[in-house]
Design a protein around this ligand. Sequence first.
Ligand code: PSU
Ligand code: MN
Length: 303
Amino acid sequence: MHVHDEVSEALAAGRPVVALESTIISHGLPRPDNARLAREFEQAVRDGGAVPATIAVIDGEAHIGLDDAALDRLANDDTTVKVSVRELATIAARGGVGTTTVASTAHLAAAAGITVFATGGLGGVHRGAQDTFDESADLTTLAHTGVLVVCAGVKSILDVGATLERLETLGVGVLGYRTDRFPGFYLADSGHDIGWRVEWPDEVASILAARERVATSHLGLVLANPITPDDELDRTLHDRLLGEGLAAADRDGIHGKDVTPYLLDFFHRESGGESLRANVALVRSNARLAAEVAAAYAASRRS
Ligand code: PSU
Ligand code: MN
């Protein structure tokens, strides 16, 4: 693995580091804004007091922390592929360029010694999974990868209730940041309860530290941070786009790992920029909160 100098120095000194995924850059956000937005997410981590480590595979090598040239390549290169954990070795052997999902980012972050990770939305159980078995490897990876994923819940393109049930089965804890309700990405409330509410980054840090006392450091945790009311998507627009997007994906025969990028792109095009604005606002907020949690956790480990 190639760990960027700034990241390895911070890790060696016990300073806070936050991992960021890269599928969102190549397959989650439209060009030409994606490269600039990736840098803004890194800046949000810095503003929160941590060092950003965007993760990707470049020319067959896992990179933990990217420079501007690498970010630009991921954002604009047509040969970039979305890679989950199972594809990491193949893309590495072929010397390819791969952007990492929540699953593969969490896996590489943990391997590099990074505990806190920020993204937009977690993957989950797709609607109709009882027939298609389409469940993101994000969930199963968190069942044995001890990172905290700060996200705005999961998108309503998924089966939110089933996703929460699977997280429970897999031993992945879910914490609500200043909320009792699991967030629905574009909307602050998905309609599902969480049960465990936290108010401050310190509290999350103490939960991360307490994992060692109960031998659960190998299990993932989700910190669900709702989009702010000002940034929420209009609910009527949301419901219309959701119905139309799911119908379009069905009509176009989209399946497997193409489903999530297809629906994201549909929302961005059809909402006239509204969903993109919401998406960027929530990732920025998650990056900032993740940095505050990482800083609190680093401080607690030093003392
Ligand atoms: N949800 C979003 N935006 C995204 C993704 C999910 O709101 O960009 C990406 C993440 O990288 C996530 C992946 O890990 O999609 C899940 O894809 P799949 O359902 O194919 O596992
Ligand atoms: Mn899938």
